[in-house]
Design a binder for this molecule. Structure first.
Ligand code: NAD
Length: 309
């Protein structure tokens, strides 16, 4: 290993960031978990007279994510004190602390501009040997790092965990065109041995391998459902438990992934293919766009294809 991974930082404490931090902490790696300062108080916080500056408000995103994970089943997937190895914080106040970590994982919203802006901030605290990776679902790793320094880019790559990170063994690793080959080999070994993942190396093409195929399948299923008038329940009945896939019925999966994230992922391939037949497959149906516009994002908003899932 170029530099042993003893401490990590995860930036973005949503569905994936909190899950990835838990996987690292559970493997004994202390982990910072940073996210944006919330812009609004919850009703309960306002009733207590808190302001946005109150520490519990400033840490609430990450803290609630960790509490959720600690309650998740089956509990034996986590050791008793994994949560103590996660230190939540606000990006604005605590980003400088990444100076002390060996691996920073970017897990914010699937948007090239947001990710580029964040990487520019991360580079301000980059120290020699520090690995920086992105958990993007399919945005180009090279495009994300194009304005970064050559040294930073040698240490930058994609590490695509799958949802939920605690159950899914698959990890796509996507080297950029200038990522150090030794680092790719070392990090792959670390993820297999220490995190228990099965690594598949993928090229930096839109949506890599798993989401290129997976997005295709989900969009075709959604389009056929609309065209033929099938119901959500019918499709899930033939793609879920009865087919030996207890966790992976089509629309339950989409609600788990987050419909906003799925729309970004579909749009990413759509805008990166030029061939008309591919474009027609990867164009997201209107119903998906409408659901996202209405805030029906799946489990994270309480309603997606299913209500309070
Ligand atoms: P999420 O919506 O649950 O969380 C995104 C987090 O990003 C939020 O906590 C939000 O506060 C933060 N954020 C948003 N804008 C920000 C900004 N400008 N600066 C800093 N933080 C910001 O999303 P998620 O599902 O956890 O996805 C995160 C990343 O992981 C995305 O790139 C996504 O494509 C990828 N991914 C998602 C899945 C999935 O199934 N949801 C699977 C694999 C990869």
């Amino acid at each position: 290993m170029n530099k042993p991974i003893r401490k990590a930082a995860v930036i973005g404490s949503g569905i994936m960031g909190s899950g990835i931090a838990a996987v690292l902490a559970n493997a004994g790696i202390p982990c910072l978990l940073l996210d944006r300062v919330p812009t609004e108080l919850t009703e309960a916080e306002a009733a207590k007279g808190y302001t946005l500056e109150h520490p519990s408000v400033r840490n609430r995103l990450a803290v609630s994510a960790i509490k959720g994970m600690a309650k998740s089943k089956p509990a034996p997937l986590y050791d008793n004190d994994f949560a103590e190895r996660i230190t939540p914080g606000n990006l604005e106040d605590h980003l400088s602390q990444i100076k002390e970590v060996d691996w920073v994982i970017e897990v914010v919203v699937e948007n090239l501009g947001v990710k580029k802006e964040l990487l520019a901030k991360v580079e301000q605290y980059w120290s020699p040997g520090m690995i920086v990776s992105t958990n993007t679902s399919g945005i180009s790793v090279n495009a994300m790092a194009e304005e970064r320094s050559p040294e930073f880019r040698k240490h930058f790559l994609g590490t695509h965990f799958f949802n939920p990170p605690r159950y899914m063994k698959l990890l796509e690793i996507i080297p950029g065109e200038t990522t150090d080959a030794g680092l790719v080999a070392d990090l792959s070994g670390f993820c297999e041995r220490t995190l228990g993942k099965t690594v598949v190396l993928a090229k930096d093409t839109p949506n890599f391998i798993a989401n290129r195929i997976g997005t295709y399948g989900l969009l075709v299923t959604l389009s056929e459902m609309i065209r033929k008038g099938y119901t959500v329940e019918e499709v899930d009945a033939v793609t879920g438990p009865a087919m030996g896939r207890p966790k992976s019925a089509t629309f339950r999966t989409l609600d788990l992934v987050g419909l906003d994230t799925f729309l970004h992922v579909a749009d990413n391939v759509f805008s990166n293919v030029s061939n008309e037949s591919e474009k027609s497959v990867f164009e997201a149906p209107e119903v998906l766009k409408q659901m996202v516009a209405q805030g029906r994002l799946g489990e994270k908003s309480g309603q997606g294809f299913y209500k309070k899932v």
